[in-house]
Design a protein around this ligand. Structure first.
Ligand code: MN
Ligand code: MN
Ligand code: MN
Length: 276
């Protein structure tokens, strides 16, 4: 049986629209599926609406992937089965939406001050329904002939330490975990090995996460080795956490993961999927 609790649409940085992603998941015989766009549930909303109009046995779970601060690092927390109408969750999503809009404006102001007139409206037009981000400014700079490609756009204007490198505002780990749990959802530490923490620091993260009400850890994210999965299974067992898994699908790529994770590869740990 296939599940997938981590995926992205054009509402954040994915390549497929919510409808296209639903079609892909249904065609792929995914049993339980969640869309977890970065800091927005607009993609899930559109997908849920689309899914009411097509046949399918798949169970669609609401989801989001929040960025947050913890101990000087940006951590990703996935929320599943969250209610975006719950006051705490709605306020959190609005806060992050506003923060992204403000950040986009600031990047544009800086580019326009450098002589790139029309950067804001240009990038907004490219972003369309998606949240405005640096990739849209890069696309606009390329289209205008200011740079040759994405690499040059980031090397010259948008990358770390360049004028367009405006730090995003992220809430604290405890805050986003709180929004998720208060709205009836399950909070999951996404891809725990991607932060490249020491064993000690990773355990500290888990302790703080549990104190904030967090309940689960992602033991499989996209492509990873069996060793890594086993390491994360041990972590889940030790801290008595539920487990989750997903492809983290963004787009078709030569070595990228496709949708769907086979449940029997996950062992007999307590899965978040047992909740619904
Ligand atoms: Mn992403
Ligand atoms: Mn992530
Ligand atoms: Mn992701």
């Amino acid at each position: 049986m296939l599940i997938d609790f981590h995926s992205h649409t054009t509402a954040s940085d994915g390549a497929l629209s919510p409808g296209e992603l639903i079609d892909r998941a249904v065609a792929g015989n995914i049993h339980q599926f969640a869309i977890t766009d970065h800091d927005t549930m607009a993609g899930y909303r559109a997908a849920a609406e689309y899914y009411t109009h097509i046949p399918g046995q798949m169970r669609l779970i609401s989801g989001v992937e929040f960025s947050c601060r913890w101990s000087g690092t940006t951590i990703h927390i996935v929320g599943l089965a969250v209610d975006d109408q719950h006051p705490a969750m709605a306020a959190g999503l609005a806060l992050l939406g506003d923060a992204r809009i403000a950040r986009g404006k600031k990047i544009a102001e800086r580019l326009e001050a450098k002589g790139f007139a029309g950067a804001h409206s240009g990038a907004l037009a490219i972003a369309g329904e998606s949240q405005l981000g640096r990739p849209h400014f890069a696309r606009w700079l390329i289209d205008q002939g200011h740079v040759e490609d994405f690499n040059q756009a980031f090397d010259k204007y948008l990358g770390q330490g360049k004028i367009g490198d405006v730090k995003a505002f992220w809430p604290e780990l405890s805050e986003v975990t709180g929004w998720i749990v208060e709205s009836g959802g399950v909070a999951i530490v996404a891809h725990p090995l991607k932060y490249k923490f020491t064993r000690m620091k990773l355990r500290r993260l888990i302790v703080d996460f549990k104190l904030a009400g967090g309940q689960a850890v992602e033991i499989l994210n996209g492509r990873q080795t069996a060793d890594q999965t086993n390491q994360l299974k041990r972590l889940a067992l030790e801290f008595e956490l539920e487990v989750s898994a997903g492809s983290d699908f963004h787009r078709d790529a030569p070595y990228g993961a496709q949708l769907g994770v086979e449940l029997r590869h996950l062992g007999d740990l307590r899965g978040v999927w047992e909740r619904w």
